[in-house]
Design a protein around this ligand. Structure first.
Ligand SMILES: Cc1ncc(C[n+]2csc(CCOP(=O)(O)OP(=O)(O)O)c2C)c(N)n1
Ligand SMILES: [Mg+2]
Length: 351
C-alpha cells in the first residue's frame, strides 16, 4: 500500500512589459525596432477601427458590434507571432486579429454590417469563418490541426475564444482530442473577466483558466494579456512547439473588456465603475507607447503621423464598404456550397 503524488502542476504567468513601459530584459523576445513599430501601428489601427465601428453602429450603418477596447495586445501580439501559413479560427470579438492577419478593413466593416462578402476570406489568408456560437470552433481548430499533422503540413492552427468559452463542452472535446493526438494547435483564451454579465468567478472555480490544459495532458500558461511582448513570446513559443510536433499549448491572456459586451449591452447595470477604473492604467497601447518613448522609437511626430495614417485607412475602408453595390443573393449560396443541394438549386431558381 502507498500513497504518493502522481501528478503536480506548475502554472506560470508571463509578464514582460509593465505599466510604466519598463521591460524585463531577460524575458524580452527578439524583436527588431521595425517589428515593434509595426505592433504599435496595428494597435493604433485596431483602436481607431473599434471606435469607428461603435459610431457606425450608433448611426445605424452597421449591426450589433462587439468592441475590442483593452484587448488589442492579446489579439495583435499573438497574430504578430504567427506565420502567414498558420490557420486562424476567430470568434466574434476578434476584429483586431482579422486586421493584424491582413484582412482588408472594408471587409471587417462589411461583416459587421451583415454583408456576407465580409466573410469571404481572401484566398491568400488562412482565416476560418468567424464563430458566433461560443466555443464551437475549438474542436474545429483541433480537427484542422489533426488534418495538417496527418498531411505533414508544418502549420499551427490557432483558436481564439473567451473565458466563457472554457465552460462549453466543445472546449473539453477540442482540448481532449488535441492532447491525445498531439495536434499542432494553440488555444488562445482572452480572459476578459466577463462573459456578458457573468463574472469570471462564476464561470469556473479553478484558480486560473490556464491550468485546465494540464487535465488534457499539455501545458497551459497565463500571460499578462495587456502586455504585447508577453503575448507575442508565449504565442511564438507555442506555435514553434506545435510545428516541431510537440503538441498543443493553452495560453490564457489575462485582460479586460473595457467596453460593453456588445452595442446591445449596458455593462453599467452589472459591473462596478471602480473595477473599470483599476484597469485603465493597464492600457496595452499606452504601455507600448511608454516603452517606445524610452527607446527613442516614439516621438510626437511619429504618433501624430501614425494616427493620421490609421484614420485615413479606416475612412477609406468605410467608403469602400459603403460604396459597394449589394451582392446578388445567389452569390451567398454559391460561395458557401461547392455543390448545390436540390433545395438550394430550387431556392436559386426562385430568386
Ligand atoms: C453556444 C452559444 N451560447 C450562447 C451564446 C450567447 N453569447 C454570446 S457571447 C456570450 C458570452 C461569451 O463570453 P466569453 O466566452 O467570455 O467571450 P467574450 O464575449 O467575453 O469575448 C454568450 C453567452 C452564443 N453566442 N453561443
Ligand atoms: Mg469573456
Amino acid at each position: 500500500m502507498s500513497e504518493e503524488t502522481v501528478e503536480s502542476i506548475n502554472v506560470k504567468r508571463l509578464a514582460i512589459l509593465d505599466e510604466k513601459g519598463e521591460v524585463d530584459i531577460s524575458l524580452m523576445p527578439d524583436l527588431s525596432d521595425e517589428q515593434i513599430r509595426k505592433m504599435y501601428e496595428l494597435l493604433v489601427l485596431a483602436r481607431i477601427f473599434d471606435e469607428r465601428a461603435l459610431y457606425m453602429q450608433r448611426e445605424g450603418r452597421i449591426g450589433t458590434y462587439a468592441p475590442i477596447l483593452g484587448q488589442e495586445a492579446s489579439q495583435i501580439g499573438s497574430v504578430c507571432a504567427l506565420e502567414k501559413s498558420d490557420w486562424i479560427f476567430p470568434s466574434f470579438r476578434e476584429s483586431g486579429v482579422l486586421i493584424a492577419a491582413g484582412f482588408p478593413i472594408h471587409m471587417v466593416f462589411q461583416y459587421w454590417a451583415g454583408d456576407e462578402r465580409g466573410l469571404m476570406t481572401p484566398p491568400d489568408l488562412n482565416v476560418f469563418p468567424i464563430s458566433i456560437p461560443v466555443g464551437t470552433h475549438i474542436p474545429h481548430a483541433a480537427g484542422a490541426a489533426f488534418a495538417a499533422k496527418y498531411k505533414g503540413d508544418r502549420i499551427a492552427a490557432v483558436a481564439y475564444f473567451g473565458d466563457g468559452g472554457t465552460s462549453k463542452g466543445d472546449f473539453h472535446e477540442g482540448f481532449n482530442i488535441a492532447g491525445v493526438f498531439k495536434c499542432p494547435v494553440v488555444f488562445i483564451c482572452q480572459n476578459n473577466q466577463w462573459a456578458i454579465s457573468v463574472p469570471r468567478g462564476r464561470q469556473s472555480a479553478s484558480k486560473t483558466l490556464a491550468q485546465k490544459a494540464y487535465a488534457y495532458g499539455f501545458d497551459g500558461i497565463q500571460v499578462d494579456g495587456n502586455d504585447i511582448f508577453a503575448v507575442y513570446k508565449a504565442t511564438k513559443d507555442a506555435a514553434e512547439k506545435a510545428k516541431k510536433g510537440d503538441g498543443p499549448t493553452f495560453i490564457e491572456c489575462f485582460t479586460y473588456r473595457m467596453s460593453h459586451h456588445t452595442t446591445a449591452d449596458d455593462a453599467t447595470r452589472y459591473r462596478k465603475a471602480e473595477e473599470l477604473e483599476t484597469w485603465k492604467p493597464r492600457d496595452p497601447l499606452l504601455r507600448l507607447k511608454l516603452y517606445m518613448g524610452k527607446k527613442g522609437l516614439w516621438t510626437e511626430q511619429y504618433g501624430t503621423e501614425t494616427e493620421a495614417k490609421s484614420r485615413k485607412a479606416v475612412d477609406d475602408a468605410v467608403k469602400t464598404a459603403e460604396s459597394m453595390k449589394p451582392s446578388a443573393p445567389a452569390d451567398m449560396i454559391s460561395y458557401t456550397a461547392e455543390e448545390l443541394s436540390p433545395r438550394q438549386k430550387k431556392e436559386l431558381q426562385e430568386l
